[in-house]
Design a protein around this ligand. Structure first.
Ligand SMILES: [Zn+2]
Length: 400
């Protein structure tokens, strides 16, 4: 069944429901209307060889067959298994799926935007369906479902799935949640569940870097908006995937650009970790694609010497082999109001070990120093904190 016929069904039902029932204080009058507005029609593109290999690894960890009518539990088992595998990004998903007959509420998992359904299959009535254990045949089932059915839904973070399972003692259904008066229809999809489409600038930049570097096999780009102040990322060479966890403050020209290029450098440097070769590539990209260099110097300081050394090498047109350190980083005492600064995270944030902010005001003298950042937080600075002075900035940026 095609995406069009599923969309047509959802449209018809939601128009009908709007007329027959109007509940005060609800954003959506039906599950169908909610899905049309906030759901995703998942891709019907066939699996790549890499994706098949990921699924084989996940299936190896999920013992036992996947039975019909247990779609919630089946999906949950898959994402739990994927949690044990580093760099594998499977999402629990719910919504409407359309097989041969009318669309029904269903659960599956999502891999790189593709629906992975282990519950349905070509011959669900046959007795062998619920006993299937062969990984190769399970993969055939997944491919059959991908090619023959249409899926529209939304993904739920595993934490929320667990919470609900604990609270209700049942496998979850978030969509048809009558017990809690349909929170998704009332309020829409929670902000923290949102997996974003990677922004166009990021997709374009990745393609451009690949072209400029003469590289093929571009990594999959996954983009999430988090509730954290910091933007972070990782590159998994295993599945060739770059994942960006963007700060709650969208910041495409500063933190996000830097983090994306940092992860692209990991890809280009061929799994050498934070090696000198990696840093040479990273600073080359930062300069070539317009990263704010003053910001990058501070931001990358948590990698310490290796990063700053590569920065100086770049400035001097040197490569790792010939490089010798030229001078020490400047001490914090040399900072002035409005400079970039980096300081260790206090316990109150507790998410990452470093916090990036703007110095608003400096207090104290000598060894005893404090500063206030742009959020009005006062920071206590350790005596031996080191940072490099960056060029002064006229404007005061927000927290990145
Ligand atoms: Zn890194």
């Amino acid at each position: 069944m095609s995406e069009e016929s599923l969309r047509h069904y959802l449209t018809q039902v939601s128009e009908m429901m709007k007329e027959v029932r109007a509940v005060e204080g609800y954003r959506y009058q039906s599950m169908e209307e909610f899905l049309l507005a906030e759901g995703t029609f998942y891709s019907a593109e066939p699996l790549t060889a890499v994706e098949e290999e990921i699924l084989r690894r996940v299936l190896r960890l999920t013992s036992g067959p996947f039975k019909t009518k247990e779609c919630y539990a089946n999906a949950l088992r898959l994402v739990m298994a994927s949690e044990m595998l580093r760099g594998v990004d499977l999402r629990y998903a719910e919504g409407y799926a359309q097989g041969a007959v009318i669309p029904v509420i269903h659960a599956w998992v999502v891999l790189n935007g593709k629906p992975i359904d282990v519950t349905w299959g070509e011959n669900m009535i046959g007795a062998s369906h619920n006993r299937l254990r062969s990984i190769a045949k399970m993969l055939e089932r997944i491919k059959y479902n991908l090619a023959s059915h249409a899926y529209c839904g939304f993904t739920v973070p595993l934490k929320a799935v667990y919470r609900r399972a604990v609270e209700t003692g049942l496998t979850p259904t978030f969509l048809d949640d009558w017990e809690n008066h349909y929170p998704l229809l009332r309020d829409g999809l929670p902000k923290e569940w949102r997996q974003l489409k990677p922004p166009k600038w990021a997709v374009d930049l990745l393609a451009k870097v690949a072209k400029d570097e003469g590289r093929e096999n571009i990594p999959t780009l996954v983009w999430k908006r988090t509730e954290s102040y910091g933007t972070a990322g990782f590159y998994s060479s295993l599945v060739n995937l770059i994942s960006i966890q963007a700060s709650r403050i969208a910041d495409p020209t500063k933190a996000e650009l830097l983090v994306l290029l940092h992860e692209i450098a990991h890809w280009l440097a061929d799994r050498r970790g934070h090696s000198p070769e990696f840093w040479d590539k990273a600073w080359e990209l930062y300069h070539r694609y317009g990263v704010d260099i003053g910001y990058a110097r501070v931001r990358e300081q948590y990698y310490r010497t290796a990063s700053v050394a590569a920065y100086h090498r770049y400035q001097n047109g040197e490569k790792y082999q010939e490089w010798r350190p030229k001078g020490e980083p400047t001490r914090l005492a040399d900072f002035a109001d409005g400079d970039y600064i980096v300081c260790q995270l206090g316990k109150r944030y507790g998410r990452r070990s470093w916090y990036y902010g703007w110095v608003r005001q400096l207090f104290g003298s000598g060894a005893t120093r404090y500063f206030e950042d742009t959020e009005g937080t006062t920071w206590n600075l350790a005596v031996d904190t080191e940072a490099w002075p960056a060029r002064r900035r006229a404007e005061r940026g927000s927290v990145a």
